[in-house]
Structure formats: C-alpha cells, structure tokens
Write a protein that binds this ligand. Structure first.
Ligand SMILES: NC(=O)c1ccc[n+]([C@@H]2O[C@H](COP(=O)([O-])OP(=O)(O)OC[C@H]3O[C@@H](n4cnc5c(N)ncnc54)[C@H](OP(=O)(O)O)[C@@H]3O)[C@@H](O)[C@H]2O)c1
Length: 431
C-alpha cells in the first residue's frame, strides 16, 4: 500500500530534489508529509511558462481558519472539508489571476501570495463540523467543486462549495473536465438568463472554448439548433464533431461552424439561419466580446448574453478602453435584449435561483456522459505541467478543458484511509 508521502511522490513527473528533501524532513513518524505541492504564486507573473509548483505546508482546519482571521475575513458558515485533490482543470480566469489583471486582483480579494486554481475533483479526507450541523459529506466521498487554490495536492473548503458526483457513471477525471467553474456558467447562462427553448437557434461564440463546448452540448440537449464560431480550422473540426449526427455523420440543416477570423462571418451566420427559414439567431452566447457584430446576425427581439471578453487585451484603463462600444440605436432597432451574466455573483446574491439552476443541471448530468460528454484537450500528469497547460490555453491551442491529474484516484483513496487510521477516526466502510 502506498504510504502518505510516497503517494505524493509517485505523481510528480519532474522530481525536485530540494523539494523531496524538504518534504522528507517534514514527514511525521506516521509517514504523512506536512508539505504538499501547489502552484503557489508569491507574485504575479509575466510569463505563464515560468510558473513552477513549490512546496508549501499542507493545510489544516486550524491553519485555514487562522489565515481567514489574518485577512480579517469571516469564517464561512457550515462544515469545512479537507479534500485530497485528484484532478484540477485550467480555467481562463487562472491566466488573469496569474497576470494580476482580473477584477478580483484589483479589488484586493486575490492578492499574492495565493495558490492558483478554481475547479477540481477529489476525495474528502476529513470533515470539520464543530457545531454538528447537517453535512452531506463524509471521508471517502468523491466530490467536485469550485474553490480558490485548487492547483494543489490538498484543499480546505466550505462544504457549500462541493458537490457529489452526479452519478457513478461519471469519473473524477470527467467531473474536473466538466468543471464546477465552467459547465454551470454555460448552463446558467443558457437556461436562467437566456431562457433558451427547443427549436430556437443559438450562436455560440468561441464554441471550442471551455464555456463554448459545453454551451454547444447544453443547447443541443435543450433541443436548440447551434451555430458555433471559432478562430482556427482545428477548432472548427472539434465543434463540427459535436454537431454531427452520430448515425448519419451529417450536421443538421441550420447548424454549422464558422471561422470568425474571416471578415464578414456575420453574413455566413445569417445564411445558415436561412436554411431553416429564419432571418437570424434567437440567442447569442458571447464569451469573446463580439456584441456589435452579433447584433447583425440576431433576429428581431433576439437575446444576447454577455459572459466574457476573452479577446480583450491590455490591463487597467487600457483594458477598459479595449471593451466594445455598442451602438445603442442597433439595440433599439432590432429590439435586442442585452443580458449580462456573472455566475459567481448570482450564486452569492440569488441563492434560491442558484439552487434551482443546479437541480436542472444535475438532472441533465444524472444520465452520465451521454448527451453531455467531457471535452478534454489533454490530461497532464502532475502539477509540474500546469505551466504548459496554462501556456497552451493562453496560445488558444486548447479546446474544451485542459485537465491536470494531481494524484491517481486509487492512491488518493489509500491515503485517505491511511490518514483516517492515523487519526484514530473510523475508516469509511466504502473504502
Ligand atoms: N461571466 C462569468 O460568470 C464568467 C465565468 C467564467 C468565465 N468567464 C469569462 O468568459 C471568457 C471565456 O472563458 P472560457 O473559460 O471559455 O475561456 P477559454 O477556455 O480560454 O476559451 C476562450 C476562447 O475564446 C477565444 N478567443 C478569442 N480571442 C481570444 C484571445 N485573444 N485570447 C484567448 N482566447 C480568445 C478562443 O477561441 P478561438 O481560438 O476559437 O477564437 C478561446 O478558445 C473569459 O473572458 C472568462 O473570463 C466569465
């Protein structure tokens, strides 16, 4: 059986001798290292490729609560969970955090030092529940969720940030690729915000991106027709693959993928709509910053959901200046409904709406990877490759999600079991 620190080492692809020595020095007589690997940034970076994992102290419930007190932040309500991370996925926002250009960096919410990473899957190692509140989780449970600091071997997070797997048909790898900071954003945008209905046509921009691929799958699952845009031939093939009928191999009428790096792509969108007797799309899902051009291919009374500005460059005032300026007369003439969506803020401000949204999402995912399938560009083995994964995302090579396998699932389970024994707590029966 793999020991506590041994199971960490087997998952690191590039060995760092100094780090190994440090970890060994910090190993308790029971064999559990007090150190762990993490993508811990002491400062923002200029080049993503320079990011390397470092060794930091393994978190404990005490250290987690102490760090909140130090930052003068309130302790979260409800139980806390200690999770052994098996997989973490790269998110576009990781790149913004690493460079220090996200609004949360500017607002002071995430200032270095911090551990990068937003979405993960793993196994519950311990539960901190001093008030004996109702808690859905026990050690040994497989979970996925969204939290800050997921590019690490372990994490302490409020139970409210975590979810059980939607069905045993999904693996931990699958759920990291679905991404608690990705799939729910597209699901909420298309259902709660856009109110997309069967028979409608949606234009999904950057349809091979993280949010894009799942918007395509969700729209199809809702019975809508999809027109996707992409910036390269390779990504065009990926999205065409999502749209092809598995029986006939054909893409249905009124659907297709268009390369938006070509001028005049709006006309191609309208031409595709004409195949089904429409004069434009009913809904636009914009994660890129293409509202103005999208209005040209939207039908009267169409809805445009603004979710992101992936194409935006620059920082500070320059980035604000680079934002689109929308001619409001066009909005009026076509009676466009321009809808913004900020997933995290909705979760905080509208908890009831969020619960309802997650119920619908779980209904869709309960069927296992059938209608909705994880779209994985590449699975990198070990946090040592996080820099390559982030660089690939930055260079627009990634389609769907880039996943990092932090720890093998069986080894993670063994380690949770060993720690339970060491701590003298009951070993979960299902292990
Ligand atoms: N509102 C919210 O709650 C929320 C939540 C999560 C993310 N977001 C935002 O939504 C946007 C997309 O997120 P995502 O997770 O889908 O990101 P992603 O996986 O990196 O995909 C973004 C896509 O945008 C396209 N793109 C066009 N110009 C680009 C540029 N200059 N740099 C990078 N990509 C460019 C790329 O597709 P092509 O190569 O095909 O053009 C890329 O695949 C980001 O701005 C993110 O911050 C918003």
């Amino acid at each position: 059986m793999a020991g506590g620190s041994k199971s960490f080492n087997t998952n690191r692809v590039v060995c760092n001798a100094a780090g190994d020595a440090k970890r060994a020095e910090m190993t308790t007589p029971g064999g559990t290292s007090q150190m762990m690997q993490a993508i811990f940034l002491k400062d923002h970076v200029k080049r993503l490729i320079d990011i390397q994992p470092t060794y930091i102290s393994r978190p404990t419930f005490e250290s987690y609560l102490a760090s909140l007190r130090k930052k003068k932040r309130p302790a979260p309500s409800g139980p806390l969970l200690h999770v052994k991370i098996t997989h973490t996925a790269i998110n576009h926002v990781d790149l913004l955090y690493a460079h220090g250009v996200h609004q949360n960096n500017k607002s002071g919410l995430f200032v270095p030092p911090f551990t990068l990473g937003l979405e993960f899957s793993g196994i519950v190692a311990a539960v901190h529940n001093p008030e004996n509140e109702a808690c859905r989780f026990s050690p040994g449970d497989k979970v996925w969720g969204g939290s800050m600091g997921t590019h690490a071997e372990e994490l302490i997070t409020p139970a409210s940030d975590l979810h059980h797997l939607p069905s045993p048909l999904w693996s931990l790898h699958d759920m990291a690729a679905i991404g608690a900071g990705t799939f729910p954003v597209s699901y909420g945008a298309l259902t709660t915000i856009a109110g997309l209905k069967a028979g409608e046509t949606i234009l999904v921009h950057a349809a091979a991106g993280g949010l894009g691929v799942y918007a395509v799958e969700i729209a199809r699952a809702l019975g809508a027709k999809v027109i996707g845009t992409v910036g390269s031939q390779h990504k065009l093939s990926v999205v065409e693959g999502l749209l092809r009928d598995p029986q006939t191999g054909h893409i249905p009428k009124g659907e297709g993928v268009i390369n938006y790096s070509k001028d005049g792509w709006e006309k191609d969108v309208v031409e595709l709509c004409k195949q089904t007797g429409k004069d434009g799309v009913d809904v636009v899902y914009d994660t890129v910053g293409l509202v103005q051009k999208s209005i040209r291919c939207t039908t009267f009374n169409g809805r445009i959901v603004v979710v992101g500005f992936a194409a935006r460059t620059g920082t500070g005032a320059e980035a604000v200046e680079a934002l689109e300026k929308i001619p409001v007369n066009r909005v009026l003439l076509k009676q466009i409904k321009l809808l913004g969506y900020r997933y995290g803020e909705t979760s905080r401000r509208l908890p009831d709406e969020t619960v309802k949204m997650w119920q619908g999402l779980y209904q869709l995912l309960s069927q296992g990877p059938t209608v909705i399938k994880p779209v994985v560009y590449k699975t990198y083995k070990g946090l040592d490759h996080a820099n390559e994964a982030m660089e690939a995302l930055h260079r627009r090579q990634v389609f769907g999600k880039a996943v990092i396998e932090v720890c093998n699932e069986d080894e993670a389970l063994q380690e949770v079991m060993q720690r339970s024994k060491q701590a003298g707590t009951a070993v979960p029966a299902r292990l």
